[in-house]
Design a protein around this ligand. Structure first.
Ligand code: IFM
Length: 442
């Protein structure tokens, strides 16, 4: 019998999963992603379709599952195109739907965290140029006022914009998101407007709810020089990190956006964050490559021998979680891990990925880094953007034909951790025996 030991988390730690409207709701027909799907840009021509049918009401059963399996929080997002289907029309029924959902979390004892923008834009906004349009930040603030007015009785924990860095990379630097552009100047303009949009939203939320806690969820990616002896690899890794990881959050500290080899001053953005939301998935090796002018002279890859997810999209690099948390701590604010997870249909890697990443969160806590919660991506399999249904990130699997939920072993592993508020040696022995001696040596 192995010795009893545990890595214990602080009392009140938030344990949850994260979801996003377009990925789980289904029946979204009025945003840039539904258009993108219709235009055939998704792998294998997949469509979000019914997704996990939350718009049909299945959110309730998924919240029941979350609470029955030990979670005490949930992060979800609001679909802008439902609340404001046209520039001058607000849909009160849609607002009511979200009111029911968010109060449904509270009734179940789950602390809600609400994201106001998670990749999708209403079609009318998209057709006007989306975040390329300098009016969009104000438009976003109007929408935010509407939502916060409706939901502020149920939550005070808000994420204004999910992964603005991925939104820009995906849509404006050739990453497979709408509108499918690849242009540094436009990418900079969009990033600039996203910072402004966040700042206006921050102020609007605090105006309506003085005790609100508002942040963004940044996608932090580790960039490691592939050859430590080659300065050009380090330079490239530094350029990637400062553009992808630092640019947005730094602008919220000093009011200066340094991105895509351009600079802008945005004084209204200073001090518009109450916590750092960290989405962490993996670390890339970065190599300078003179032949890759179209990729700004670098290649990125995972180290040989790394444990990869089903489609090779992610490598298991738990040490990057600790680095990400150390990075986040430079902003001297409380930190919430707003996403972390792996695509894994058969749940071969997920248990290990989960335990190793949470162990790094625990390490960060021991190093006095103020981590307040962890949201696993995701609760149930969902529509993975340009990768469609090829990637399965859910604790629960989803049978798209029947809408049946499939209980993966990770559900019970995570339930054990949430309920114990700890990674215990018993859980590790039961679910991830292959890393037992690594976690509990001797
Ligand atoms: O599914 C996405 C999510 O919408 C944003 N962060 C990364 C996840 C996994 O790809």
């Amino acid at each position: 019998m192995p010795p009893q030991a545990s890595f214990t988390f602080p009392r009140g730690f938030l344990w949850g999963a994260a979801t996003a409207a377009h990925q789980v709701e289904g029946q979204n027909h009025n945003n840039n992603w539904s258009r993108w799907e219709e235009e055939g840009h998704i792998l294998y021509d997949h469509r979000s379709g019914l997704a996990a049918d939350w718009w049909g009401g299945r959110w309730a059963e998924d919240f029941d599952r979350a609470v029955a399996t030990g979670q005490n929080a949930h992060r979800l997002s609001i679909e802008w195109s439902r609340i404001q289907p046209e520039p001058e029309r607000w849909d009160d029924d849609a607002l009511d739907f979200y009111r029911q959902m968010v109060s449904g979390l509270v009734e179940r004892g789950l602390t809600p965290m609400v994201t106001l923008h998670h990749f999708t834009d209403p079609l009318w906004l998209y057709e006007r140029g989306g975040w390329e349009d300098d009016e969009t930040p104000q438009q976003f603030a109007r929408f935010v006022m509407k939502v916060v007015g409706a939901l502020k009785d149920y939550t005070n924990l808000w994420v204004t914009i999910n992964e603005p860095n991925v939104y820009v990379q995906g849509g404006y630097l050739g990453g497979g998101f709408p509108p499918g552009k690849n242009d540094l100047a436009t990418a900079f303009k969009v990033m600039h407007n996203l910072v402004r949009g966040h700042a206006y939203a921050y102020k609007a939320i605090h105006y309506l709810q003085p005790n609100a806690r508002v942040g963004i969820a940044i996608n932090y990616r580790g960039f490691q020089p592939a050859r430590s002896w080659l300065p050009l690899d380090s330079v490239m890794a530094g350029i990637l990190s400062s553009n992808f990881n630092d640019a947005f959050n730094n602008s919220l500290v000093n009011g200066r956006l340094n991105f895509a080899f351009r600079t802008a001053t945005i004084p209204e953005a200073v001090k518009t964050q109450d916590f750092i939301g960290l989405n962490y998935y993996t670390v890339d090796q970065v190599a300078f490559n003179l032949l890759k002018a179209q990729d700004l002279f670098h290649t990125r890859f995972y180290p040989s021998g790394a444990l990869l997810s089903d489609t090779g999209f992610l490598a298991n690099r738990p040490e990057g979680m600790f680095q990400g948390l150390r990075w986040a701590n430079r902003y001297n604010l409380p930190i919430i891990v707003t996403e972390n997870g792996v695509e894994d249909q058969d749940d071969d890697l997920r248990p290990r990925y989960l335990v190793e990443h949470l162990h790094q969160v625990w390490r960060a806590l021991v190093a006095s880094i103020p981590v307040k919660g962890y949201f696993h991506w995701s609760l149930v399999d969902n529509f993975e953007w340009e990768r469609g249904w090829t990637q399965r990130f859910g604790l629960w699997g989803l049978d798209l034909d029947t809408q049946a939920r499939i209980r993966r072993a990770s559900v019970d592993l995570y339930a054990g951790i949430c309920k114990e508020n700890a990674i215990t040696s018993e859980l590790v022995e039961q679910y991830t025996p292959q890393i037992y001696s690594q976690l509990f040596p001797g």
